[in-house]
Structure formats: structure tokens, C-alpha cells
Design a protein around this ligand. Structure first.
Ligand SMILES: Cc1cc2nc3c(=O)[nH]c(=O)nc-3n(C[C@H](O)[C@H](O)[C@H](O)COP(=O)(O)OP(=O)(O)OC[C@H]3O[C@@H](n4cnc5c(N)ncnc54)[C@H](O)[C@@H]3O)c2cc1C
Length: 354
């Protein structure tokens, strides 16, 4: 079959690689000239994910986090829990052997009989299947009318050569709604400092925690959180285009690549619906629970947020042992095992339905 993937991010490249191996004729169309650039990512993934998909792109290994929220602070420690990726190298590692048309933006998709005509300013290509892996602002999603209910969060990040010593093993996280601010050491005294919010809130985070140094580069991006249809005839959405991100942290690399495996398997078996069923079976519950916790997090009073964080601080040993870097439902399980959480939960629910 002829398949066109729109977008050469990690999800699009990986699914294209899997489909090429099945013998399909795959063309990836990417609007930028260089794969992996511009980098719009902090590159923090679980070490399990890094071992599976990108060990050659690992720059640094993380042993835990300094967690802050208002006046609550605690450390979570688990040796080797996470890895920091060279995101450009990671993306590029999936591009070997794939036919990629670079530097051209897909700006039209037409349905012609049983196939699709996918156009850029340079050319029109015909395909039996179109995969929209074109990121959070997906053109494929909007032009093909995929139903969706997605909230978009703007983020900004700086790479800073730190003045003074850096603890390369620990991430700093400051919970600041709607998400959090982060400082992630990538090694060699360089730290990725970012926030979901404005540059001025990023500067406030830097000065509060004393992150000083010279800025090497700046980036920004959009984090999509929500729900989206995955299939429309012979067209599919994948990765950030389908809001396949963790609702609490916004991380999308692990879910996007797992979804790529489901999609390649479904196309390989000639059973498109299998993509939705596999995605829903593995991530459906996690996604809907994550979205509910996110709503509560965004809407609860500061007083209640401090209570929740105090419970988590007390339970940090359980968090260290049980919490899963990618599947955040474990956090809810730990909270629900604490009776003190119930009044806070009740109030949050009342706010949501009221
Ligand atoms: C500031 C920030 C920090 C993040 N940190 C992390 C993190 O630490 N860990 C983590 O797991 N996730 C993180 N994420 C999320 C992660 O970057 C995304 O989930 C991931 O990049 C999604 O991959 P993707 O392949 O689905 O989409 P993308 O990486 O967005 O790739 C989409 C590609 O499509 C191309 N494209 C778009 N439109 C068109 C078009 N019309 N025609 C042709 N090409 C097109 C784009 O140029 C791009 O190359 C972060 C996101 C942001 C914004």
C-alpha cells in the first residue's frame, strides 16, 4: 500500500519505519529541512523508554527530583529512574532508510475515489493511507475534520550554561498551575529550564531557585491535552496530533511511540479499528483518570493543593517504590489510600460538577 505520513517527528518517523519494514511504500513529508529541529522538548523520559527506543541518544541519567509546591518541598529518589535525551539525535535515529521529503509543508489533502491526494507547494502525491503525525497544531486533524476536544498549553524553555556547580543527577520541579516548572540537567553543566506558561514566569522560577548562567538557546512549544478521534476512513492521527500525551506532565514521547506500534500493527493486519482498540485498552483508563486529576489540580484551592502535596511528601517512600514515570494512575492510588485526601477530593469533585 502507498502510505503518506505527514510530519517527521518521532511518532511519524517510527510508524513509517515499522510500516516500511512490512513492505509498504511509505513517504514522510516534513516541513522543516532538518529532522529533529527545531527542538521543542525537555527530553526527559523514563530510563525504560530510553533503553527500549533511544539508548544511543541519552546524554544524562537522573536519580530523582527535588519537588516543590508553595511551601512544601521534598525529594524523590530512585537511582537511574529517568534519562535526558538529545532530542534531535533521537528523532534522527528513526529516519534511516525512510523516504522523506523535507522542507515542504502539506497544505492540502483531497479525497479522490478510494485514495488521498496530499499536496505541498512542490508536489502532489497519491496515497491509500494518510497518517497525520504533524504535531499539536495538526493540519491533518483540522482539514480532515477529526472530532477533538483538546486544550493547548504554551510552554517555553531555555538551555542555560549554569554558573557554579550543578547536581547532574537531580531534576527540580516546582508545581505551578496549570503544569509545573522544571530544571533538567543534561550534563556538562548545562540545564534545561522551562515552564508551561510565560517567559516571565520562567524568569521567576529561575530567580526563586537561583538558576543563574548564560542562555545557550531558547525554545517554546505547545502541549496538547485532551481527546481526539484516531481514525477517519483511511486517515489516522498519531502522537501529539492525536493528543496522545500524558495529561499530568504533558510528556508525549512514550505514548506516541507506543501508539505508533499499535497503528503499524493495525495497518499490517488490515484492521484499522485495532489501532483504536489497542490504544484504548492500554491507555484509555490512564488518559481519562489523568484528565480528571488535571481538572482537579487546575481548579482546587491553593490550601487544598498544599494538603495534597503534604500527603505526597509523607508518602514519598511509596512514591519512590511504586510510582510509574509514565503511568500516573499510581499517584491517585496512593492518594486514595489516605483518608485525609477524601475531603479534598470531595471539594474538588463538587467544584467540577457544580
Ligand atoms: C517545551 C516542551 C517540553 C517537552 N518535554 C517533554 C519531555 O521532557 N518528555 C516527553 O516525553 N515529552 C515532552 N514534550 C512533548 C514532546 O515533545 C511531544 O510529545 C513529541 O514531540 C510529540 O512527537 P510527535 O512526533 O507526535 O510530534 P512532533 O514532535 O511535534 O512532530 C511533528 C512534526 O510534524 C511537522 N509538521 C507539522 N505540520 C506539518 C505539515 N503541515 N506538513 C509537514 N510537516 C508538518 C513538524 O515540523 C514536526 O517535525 C515536551 C513538549 C514541549 C512543548
Amino acid at each position: 500500500m502507498k502510505i503518506i505520513t505527514v510530519g517527521a517527528g518521532p511518532s511519524g518517523l517510527y510508524v513509517s519505519q515499522l510500516l516500511s519494514r512490512q513492505g509498504h511504500e511509505v513517504l514522510v513529508i516534513e516541513e522543516h529541512d532538518t529532522i529533529g529541529e527545531p527542538v521543542q522538548c525537555a527530553g526527559l523520559v523514563s530510563s525504560t523508554f530510553a533503553d527500549t527506543y533511544g539508548s544511543s541518544s541519552v546524554l544524562n541519567v537522573i536519580d530523582g527530583a527535588h519537588v516543590h509546591c508553595c511551601d512544601v518541598s521534598f525529594d524523590l529518589v530512585r537511582t537511574g529512574v529517568a534519562s535526558v535525551l538529545d532530542r534531535a539525535a533521537f528523532d534522527a535515529s528513526f529516519s534511516n532508510g525512510i523516504d522523506i521529503e523535507r522542507g515542504n509543508r502539506v497544505d492540502e489533502i483531497r479525497v479522490a475515489g478510494g485514495s488521498y491526494l496530499v499536496s505541498t507547494p512542490a508536489a502532489t502525491h497519491e496515497a491509500d493511507i494518510v497518517i497525520g503525525a504533524d504535531g499539536p497544531s495538526s493540519f491533518v486533524r483540522s482539514t480532515m475534520g477529526f472530532p477533538s476536544d483538546i486544550t493547548f498549553y504554551g510552554a517555553c524553555q531555555q538551555r542555560v550554561r549554569a554558573k557554579g556547580d550543578v547536581d547532574d543527577a537531580m531534576v527540580t520541579v516546582d508545581l505551578k498551575r496549570p503544569f509545573f516548572s522544571w530544571a533538567i540537567p543534561e550534563g556538562d553543566g548545562i540545564v534545561r529550564i522551562g515552564t508551561v506558561g510565560t517567559v516571565s514566569s520562567l524568569e521567576r522560577f529561575k530567580s526563586r531557585f537561583g538558576f543563574e548562567g548564560s542562555i545557550i538557546d531558547r525554545t517554546g512549544g505547545i502541549i496538547p491535552v485532551g481527546k481526539c478521534s484516531l481514525i477517519r476512513g483511511g486517515a489516522f492521527l498519531l502522537g501529539d496530533a492525536a493528543a496522545q500525551t500524558k495529561p499530568l506532565s504533558g510528556g508525549g514521547l512514550s505514548f506516541g511511540l507506543r501508539a505508533a506500534e499499535f497503528l503499524a500493527e493495525a495497518i499490517g493486519q488490515g484492521d484499522p479499528c485495532r489501532y483504536y482498540h489497542r490504544w484504548n485498552a492500554e491507555f484509555g483508563r490512564e488518559m481519562s483518570l489523568g484528565r480528571s486529576i488535571r481538572k482537579m489540580y487546575e481548579n482546587m484551592s491553593e490550601n487544598d493543593l498544599v494538603k495534597v502535596m503534604s500527603i505526597l511528601a509523607e508518602k514519598r517512600e511509596r512514591l519512590e517504590q511504586e510510582a510509574d514515570f509514565d503511568m500516573h494512575a499510581t499517584i491517585a492510588r496512593i492518594l486514595f489510600s489516605t483518608p485525609r485526601f477524601y475531603p479534598v477530593f470531595g471539594k474538588a469533585m463538587a467544584t467540577l460538577v457544580g
